[in-house]
Design a protein around this ligand. Structure first.
Ligand code: PGA
Ligand code: ZN
Length: 419
């Protein structure tokens, strides 16, 4: 039985310099701390981050109210009360909030407490955090995820140089250690390719991806393949590609508007298929928009056996949306972002639904991150097929990669899909 001695929240800054929430929870005399990330290319169905709205301070983005809710209402609900497990605490906070999307107390406040509690509970059990997460999800075999690492950025994470949001490297090596070394070689080769082609050092986007002024999306794919070769590696075999089209963000009035195109949904499906046919792309995220439900099954059919069809904005880690996607065969992989739903317990439910349908799972960071590294433990504990953290620069990203390196060194875990 867990008993909460105290709980407090504070406002800290994320990797964009925007306020976010950190929580400290003392459970059975043991202190757990955690902070939460924040997205920029958010899905419409995400749980609500509570922001102060005072435009004179951080343009309204302050989180003093959310942080105060931890020490006030949430603490009043939880303090001194015995909780059997993580789910009991999460449910108590969800009931206390009582809104459909955590808009009253803030998903940022509730999730920070949820994860800080997990840290304390893991410490109480004397186990590493990833083992505690594994137990939460009923996973008996923690594994190391395959890395997907941001190489090029566009869309809302850059200056819109290209419409799609991420071109990611997928190192096919059988360890995290070797995968990161391959990604490093490709990243710096890409920086050179971009400088030679576009005449200036490429700007970096929110997640550290390079953002040169590509003339087209296909040019970005060509440059990615050229960089893999320049690094002495074989495209597709040593390093494959994945993309986040993030197409909700250029979908207007039923049309996909990008690079001079004005595509209907079936033209968009054809276009995405041509990318998968032309380049070594193993995963397509949000190839269609979050509200284009009717056309996702056609996208999935078109890519079957060629590429993973991954839902981010489409699903928002929301069990109800995941159920709908399973019923309609809309996709075959879940991008799992815990803060889209706002508690570990609900995210674990999303994970179980996806696994039950035989889907792949990609455990993902947000474009606004902190130095906290719990995401690495989550990906390992929940057996994520992939982890998506951003590029291999910027400390808020490296906190997660470095934690994966430590887990790999200290525990004998298998990397998913390694031969
Ligand atoms: P976000 O982007 O964190 O800005 O939402 C990440 C993604 O779209 O995968
Ligand atoms: Zn996405």
């Amino acid at each position: 039985m867990y008993r909460i001695d105290s709980m407090s929240g504070s406002e800290i800054l994320d990797s964009r310099g925007r306020p976010t929430v950190a929580a400290r929870v003392v459970v059975n005399g043991v202190t757990g701390e955690a902070s939460v990330p924040s997205g920029a290319s958010t899905g419409a169905a995400e749980a609500c981050e509570l922001r102060d709205g005072d435009r004179a301070r951080y343009g309204g983005l302050g989180v003093r109210k959310a942080a105060a809710n931890i020490g006030d209402e949430l603490a009043a609900t939880a303090k001194g009360r015995p909780f059997a497990d993580q789910a009991a605490l999460d449910r108590a906070m969800i009931d206390c909030d009582a809104s459909p999307n955590k808009s009253r107390l803030g998903a940022n406040a509730i999730l920070a407490v949820s994860i800080a509690f997990a840290r304390a509970a893991a410490q109480i059990s004397g186990k590493p955090l990833f083992e505690y997460f594994a137990t939460l999800a009923g996973n008996t075999k923690p594994t190391l995820p395959r890395l997907t690492i941001n190489l090029f950025s566009g869309g809302k994470h850059a200056g819109g140089q290209v419409a799609i949001q991420d071109v990611l490297m997928v190192p096919m090596q059988s360890t995290i250690d070797d995968g990161l070394a391959a990604a490093y070689a490709v990243y710096y080769a890409a920086a050179k390719v971009a400088e030679e082609k576009y005449g200036a050092r490429a700007l970096k986007a929110d997640e550290g991806g390079l953002a040169p002024p590509f003339p087209s999306i296909e040019a970005a794919f060509d440059d990615a393949v050229a960089a893999i070769r320049k690094a002495g590696l074989q495209p597709g075999k040593d390093v494959a590609l994945a993309i986040d089209v993030a197409s909700s963000h250029f979908h207007e009035a039923g049309k996909y508007k990008f690079g001079g195109n004005n595509f209907g949904s079936s033209e968009m499906v054809k276009c995405v298929r041509s990318w998968v046919d032309g380049w070594p792309i193993v995963s397509i995220e949000d190839g269609l928009a979050e509200d284009d439900w009717a056309n996702w099954p056609a996208l999935r059919q078109s890519l079957a056996g060629k590429s993973i069809v991954l839902g981010d904005d489409l699903l928002c880690t929301n069990p109800a949306r995941i159920r709908r996607a399973i019923e309609t065969s809309a996709c075959d992989a879940l991008l799992l972002k815990v803060n889209q739903i706002g508690s570990l317990t609900e995210a674990a439910e999303s994970l179980k639904l996806a696994r039950g349908a035989g889907w792949k799972v990609v455990v993902s960071a947000r474009s606004g991150e902190t130095e906290d590294n719990w995401l690495a433990d989550l990906a390992v504990g929940w057996g994520g097929d992939f982890i998506k953290v951003g590029s291999i620069c910027q400390s808020e990203r490296l906190a997660k990669y470095n934690r994966l390196l430590m887990i790999e060194r200290e525990h004998s875990l298998r990397l998913i899909g390694a031969k």
